[in-house]
Design a protein around this ligand. Sequence first.
Ligand code: MG
Length: 347
Amino acid sequence: MRSPFAAAHGTTEERRGVIVQILDSDGRRGVGEASPLPSFFGGTHADVLAFLERYGASLLTDVSPLTGPGSMALRCALDVAALDLEAQQAGTSVAALLSPDALDRVPVNAVIGDGPPDEIAQIGVEATSRGYRVLKLKVGTGTLAEDLERVRALRAACPRASIHLDANGAWDEATAIDAVIQLDPLGIGLIEQPVPAADVEALARVHARSTILLGADEAMADPVSRERVLALGAAYCVILKPMVLGGLRPALEIGRRATSQGMRAIVTTTFDSSIGTATSLALACALPHGPSHGLATGEHLAGDVVTHTLVPELGVMVRPAMPGLGVAVDEAALERVATAPWSERAL
Ligand SMILES: [Mg+2]
């Protein structure tokens, strides 16, 4: 990371992951990224490597042994690498493979971590000057009073921006209701995961009383709470992370279920390399047009594995024109951040 990024579930200082490539007999390469987010139930890159060491190329035909920490990220990498290859072979994009009506661009928000009010206000001004219309601020790291001070500073500095907040499950139900009442005059567009992930009933109750739209994010990671969110319609929107949900196809299915019952779907990265960003972008484009997505994380990274990091322009992310996922590993870029050499397995 360029600088530590603080949220209610902890501070992220670095991202570690595993790049998976599948080669076909014509020399095409399908690529996927497995970067578990340890603070988001994800395991570590060491878990991913242990799975690969143990099961090797058999995972190309059967991912059922992949359960527990690190499994969803590796499932994601394998799903995406296979889709990337399939799309290249068909001469189309992964997004178009997922949906014939795929969008070619989506609006994205700037994401702002915890920090003092004046610093947050300054980041907000800088982001709006670069064309972002939606600013997403992490809250829930301290007291509600401190959050209010930070949101007021951001609102005062960026009067026309849409402000989204992400509490990452930090508030209890009473605090969440209090937060909604106190934040309402500040014109907040959305609050992600105000209450803990496991308490979907509390989310549904806050949603029922809230004058601010709510999103379910962490609650979507666990299959049991995810089903409760969908069954109860416990929020206005669901937040989907392919890295957490085991890949594009599982995430798309969940997104289609949510949108078919009137919920909206927002896609975010987990602060991945441009491979993970392209993955989340493909999903966002394959889903119905929705609110702005959380894909502008590339600019928070100090390194990448491609030549040109996938970043938005004027608050909009455009799908790369290349077939497949639209990004490819650049060996020189990879060399600068790699901690281990490629390991190869024949089928
Ligand atoms: Mg979130």
